[in-house]
Ligand binder design. Structure first.
Ligand SMILES: Cc1cc2nc3c(=O)[nH]c(=O)nc-3n(C[C@H](O)[C@H](O)[C@H](O)COP(=O)(O)O)c2cc1C
Ligand code: SF4
Length: 604
């Protein structure tokens, strides 16, 4: 709107994926605020920095390997005594924080930027709530320094130590399990795998669970479309992930830990393997064995109940109960009515083996939280979304990329600064967060804060902070068809309403897209969207419901334009952005997915 007051933009704390304004201060005890910087341009220096992030230090690129049986590599635990490096000189006690977060946050929140007019929007009150949050946050223009993505990849355990690596594990040993989970709870850290579950609460559940066998799993499967941040992190600093795994294992009393990622993630497998070996030799990986699991290409591999199946050597078909109830190598019956032992000849007590599953980015935050303290972490972000988040921006933008941003940053700024905005002459029409959340429409919702509560208030969700941008030339009917097909193909067929329902929805969307659809077809799509989640074991059909319903709701005129034999006014080719790599701002998508059949075989 011409008369809309645009609030001052919040600077993005850039990591190595974009122009780096300030050196990363990984694992330092106090938070340093950098002065506000000019917004980055697209110069050669910036491209160089991005190249450093997105290329593996060995110079390799991710290739697409055909799906097949996954391999499992066992890494022996380090036999020697754990070596704890001395705390770095000058490491101030955490309580001596220069800027107590409550005071700083209160000051921030009581500022009145004023003058922002709320325009009528599609989502009415929910957007108004998001705008209120935005007004509270957009007056803050000083970014906190990046700490997750270092400006150059950390390539050795010595380099990791030099930036304070190991301090988090030290602190966990000093605090003990109960205080460690308390610190995590106080920090407000939430899971970065998509659900945003409070990490401290999850760890507490596992810690307090009965039974003698517990396990820890780091989820690096990263199958969410529009998401590359876990691979960027594994390339840039796998050591922080390994330290997070070690802290988790020692805290919940795990007997073994696993880091799971796709077999096709070549550079990441090398980096993580090297980091585990070096950290174990250096005594920085605790005493719990860490095993790397290289898994299959399927989207469901990243779903935590399917992930456990893969680690146990089976296909990625989600089991019934969540990992904290029925964990790895559990011998307890899942539903209580199995007619036979899962393990023939089993003797002794049945074990449910509560298992902690966390995303790799979540775990990479943990050493920082412990080394610098919960207050430091809460001083960044918003009330309900503390800290930084790794975002991916792809689609109809000038350049694709991954960057570290402070939670609460407006989505518009993320698109402009990480993605370089839209191409010349184009406008953002819509943004999809992964393939799991309702669409965010532009321009009305584009200032939504990138935070759990901000995205929820706009009727969407943060997910894994992977944003696919669609400009005004995109056909949203085609987007609906492509996204629905992806989920239909990836559905595992254990729950009839999910597989059959998403199949019917996809077929009818194809009909509509090609001008053969009727109003009745659209009604049938609506009806099947209501039942597609019936009897679901996992959230995949909930995602189908959320994404397709929101596109129908938000772009009814585009669906109408396609009905009764009319041709698409915006013909193009929408590819679901399942990422293989991002090199110098250019995203490479897995176009082979178009050949994947609903039975997980490939044509051609
Ligand atoms: C279909 C589906 C796919 C998922 N894929 C991933 C994934 O690739 N990586 C991931 O970390 N979480 C993924 N998740 C979420 C995990 O099930 C789980 O919630 C997460 O790993 C927990 O970690 P967090 O608490 O640190 O977020 C997926 C969930 C669903 C329903
Ligand atoms: S809900 Fe769908 S994807 Fe999930 S287990 Fe059932 S059939 Fe498989």
């Amino acid at each position: 709107m011409a008369d809309r007051q645009v609030p001052p933009r919040r600077a993005v704390a850039r990591g190595v994926a974009g122009h780096t304004h300030a050196p990363a201060r990984a694992l330092r005890p106090t938070v340093a605020r950098e002065p506000a910087q000019a917004r980055p341009g697209g110069g050669a220096a910036q491209a160089g920095v991005r190249r450093r992030l997105l290329a593996d230090p060995s110079g390799q690129r991710l290739g697409h390997s055909s799906p097949g049986r996954h391999q499992r590599h066992h890494r022996p635990p380090h036999d020697g005594p754990p070596h704890r490096p001395a705390r770095r000189p000058g490491h101030a006690p955490r309580r001596g924080h220069a800027r107590p977060y409550r005071r700083a946050r209160a000051a921030r929140h009581h500022r009145q930027p004023g003058g922002r007019r709320l325009d009528a929007t599609r989502s009415g009150r929910r957007v108004a709530a998001a705008e209120t949050l935005l007004r509270r946050r957009t007056d803050v223009t000083v970014p906190s320094a990046p700490f997750l993505l270092p400006p150059t990849p950390v390539t050795s355990v010595d380099a990791y130590r030099a930036i304070g690596g190991g301090s988090g594990l030290d602190q966990a040993a000093r605090l003990g399990p109960a205080q460690t989970v308390k610190e995590l709870t106080l920090s407000g850290l939430r899971g970065r795998g998509g659900g945003g579950f409070p990490t401290g609460r999850k760890w507490t559940t596992i810690l307090n669970a009965t039974g003698t066998h517990r396990f820890v799993v780091a989820n690096g499967a990263e199958g969410e479309p529009a998401t590359f941040k876990d691979r960027a992190l594994m390339r840039a600093n796998p050591y922080a992930i390994v330290e997070g795994v070690a802290i988790a294992a020692v805290t919940v009393g795990a007997r073994e830990a696993f880091i799971a990622l796709k077999a096709s993630f070549g550079p990441e497998n090398e980096r993580v393997t090297q980091a585990v070996e070096e950290m174990q030799k250096a005594g920085l990986a605790g005493t719990v064995p860490i095993t790397i699991v290289a898994g299959p290409e399927e989207y469901l591999f990243g779903e935590e109940k399917a992930l456990l199946e893969v680690i146990e050597g089976r296909d990625p078909l989600p089991r019934l109960f969540p990992p904290y109830e029925h964990g790895l190598f559990a011998t307890a019956p899942q539903s209580g009515w199995e007619a036979h032992e899962q393990e023939p000849g089993h003797t002794g007590a049945h074990q449910s083996n509560p298992t902690l599953v966390n995303n790799v980015e979540t775990l990479a935050n943990v050493p920082h939280v412990l080394a610098r303290g919960a207050e430091w972490f809460r001083s960044m972000g918003t009330d309900e979304s503390a800290g930084h988040v790794l975002v991916t921006v792809v689609g109809d933008v000038a350049r694709s990329g991954v960057a570290e941003v402070e939670l609460g940053t407006p989505l518009r700024d993320v698109i402009d600064e990480v993605g370089g905005g839209t191409r010349a002459g184009r406008q953002v029409k819509a943004v999809l967060s992964g393939i799991a959340n309702p669409v965010v429409t532009a321009p009305d919702q584009l200032d939504v804060p990138v935070s759990y509560e901000g995205m929820a208030a706009a009727g969407s969700g943060l997910g894994a902070a992977g944003f696919a941008v669609f400009d005004d030339q995109a056909c949203m009917v085609e987007v609906a068809r492509a996204y629905s097909r992806f989920l239909y193909v990836e559905s595992c067929n254990q729950c009839p309403a999910c597989k059959l329902g998403s199949g019917v929805i996809t077929t009818l969307l194809e009909k509509v897209e090609t001008g053969r659809g009727t109003v009745r077809d659209v009604d049938t799509i609506g009806a099947r969207l209501k039942t597609v989640t019936d009897g679901n074991r996992c959230y995949l059909p909930v995602q189908e419901q959320a994404v397709v319903s929101s596109l129908l709701r938000s772009f009814p005129e585009e669906f109408t334009e396609h009905l009764e034999g009319r041709l698409c006014p915006r013909p193009g080719r929408v590819v679901v952005p399942k990422l293989l790599d991002i090199v110098d701002g250019t995203a490479r998508y897995d176009e082979r997915h178009a050949d994947k059949r609903p039975d997980w075989t490939y044509s051609g």
